[in-house]
Design a binder for this molecule. Structure first.
Ligand code: ACO
Length: 274
């Protein structure tokens, strides 16, 4: 696995992540002012993901320019992502990256460390300083579903098909998807979706809270643009502080949350009026 940058760092240049290296992995990355766009760009393989994909995502997160406020994650072609590259399950694996059988041969902590590194490609998408939007069309399977879940918001097309395939393959979903799934749809529905590995289509995804908006495929780019414009209309620092509050709300009592609101507001008021 290529060395992943520490995901909590911020403030690099977009150029730190080489376009050529990303193209080889099947990714495109563009920064336009306050908006960063990551495109899974291996449509002929339905944007299947490898260890290199996750490493590159972590590098992008580690070098995200300071000015970026919105990160869009999208997929080229008919599918958002068909999940992990199935060659990872073959003895030969993905050229230059090995396979699960070679990775599993690593001794205990080394193997687990490799799996943790893969998660770094997903975790940074939840930072308070940004809002991440997954623009999802067609299939979002396994790692593809989890990448969509790693984002703050999901805008979907009416042909979307979410599937948590891992348990059908003898695996657990481990790319940071289980917590957001439970938080979005509740424990019973998450058990239903994961332990059957069934497909959740667009209408159901909207009904159970997996997505914020559903549009026709031809309207996806515009729907994302509209959401970006809405998000950029608020104050940057207030947005980050509010996201921090919202993210912490479940883990706090009402009293603790009220205290956290007060502390954030005191900082805001001082910044605005001092
Ligand atoms: N890994 C590697 N290659 C893939 C993957 C994948 N996950 N998914 C699709 N491809 C390749 C196919 O092998 C095919 O390649 P080829 O043209 O060289 O034969 C090409 O992408 C197109 O695939 P089709 O199956 O022809 O495309 P279609 O649009 O009909 O179906 C679908 C798309 C439903 C996504 C299907 O490809 C599929 O079921 N893929 C496997 C999904 C899967 O099991 N992923 C693992 C989930 S578990 C996890 O992510 C941890």
């Amino acid at each position: 696995m290529a060395g992943a940058a520490a995901p909590q760092q911020r403030g690099g240049n977009a150029e730190d992540v080489s376009a050529e290296a990303l193209a080889e992995i099947g990714l495109r990355y563009e920064v336009d002012g306050e908006i960063a766009t990551i495109t899974l760009n291996r449509p002929d393989k339905r944007n299947a993901q490898t260890f290199a994909t996750w490493s590159a995502l972590a590098d992008i997160g580690g070098n995200l320019p300071e000015q970026v406020r919105v990160v869009v994650v999208k997929g080229e072609g008919p599918s958002f992502s068909a999940g992990i590259d199935l060659r990872m399950f073959t003895p030969e694996g993905v050229p230059g990256q090995g396979s699960f059988s070679s990775a599993a041969a690593l001794d205990g902590p080394a193997f687990e460390e490799r799996l943790r590194q893969a998660q770094q490609g997903f975790l940074w998408l939840r930072r308070p300083e940004i809002v991440s939007i997954a623009a999802v069309q067609g299939h979002a399977i396994g790692a593809g579903f989890q990448l969509a879940l790693a984002c703050d918001l999901r805008i979907i097309t009416n042909d979307v098909k979410f599937c948590m395939k891992e348990p059908a393959l003898g695996l657990v979903p481990d790319l940071t998807g289980t917590k957001p799934l439970v938080e979005l749809v509740g424990l019973a529905k998450a058990i239903d979706i994961c332990l059957t590995a069934r497909t959740v289509e667009a209408d159901e995804a909207m009904r159970i809270g997996l997505a914020e908006k559903m549009v026709a495929k031809s309207d996806l780019a515009k729907a994302v643009q509209d959401k970006i414009a809405e998000l950029l209309s608020t104050n940057r620092d207030a947005a980050a502080a509010t996201k921090r509050l919202l993210q912490g709300a479940r883990g706090r009592t009402l009293e603790e949350q009220s205290a956290a609101e007060g502390a954030e507001q005191a900082k805001r008021l001082r910044a605005l009026f001092r």
